[in-house]
Design a protein around this ligand. Sequence first.
Ligand code: RB5
Length: 152
Amino acid sequence: MSAMFTIASDHGGLDLKAAVKEFLGKLGIECRDLGTFNNDSVDYPDFGEKVAREVSEGRVEKGILVCGTGIGMSIVANKFPGVRAALINDEFTARMSKEHNDANIIVLGGRVLTPEIACRMVEIWLSSEFEGGRHQKRLDKIREIEKELFKS
Ligand code: RB5
């Protein structure tokens, strides 16, 4: 695996992405940035795809996506088989995204969250553990749906 994480945003998530990257750097976590790299208006599917494809194909373990609300990036990322992208908004949803959903991508709203709460949520997601058990059974059902839809 080339990097444990990839991260990407559109213009609406650019500033929050920078704050999250800086935070991860302080934790010593390598995070490969797949863009966007300036404030020019771009289309979130182009950047959501980059991270979601890498996670879906197993080239990275985890990803973080940021757009204005987090909604567009969530819609894109969850099109990819094996991706469990969670749009998280507070400490509770950050913890649940891992404990119950084993989210391999978290999605943040750059126009919704402060950098402080976003970094705190990233920290919670990273330090939480998937509970398995009944939750694994539910993830297995999602996998079965994907298999049936994509015949993979
Ligand atoms: C871009 O203006 C905005 O639509 C995008 O960042 C995101 O919020 C979409 O869901």
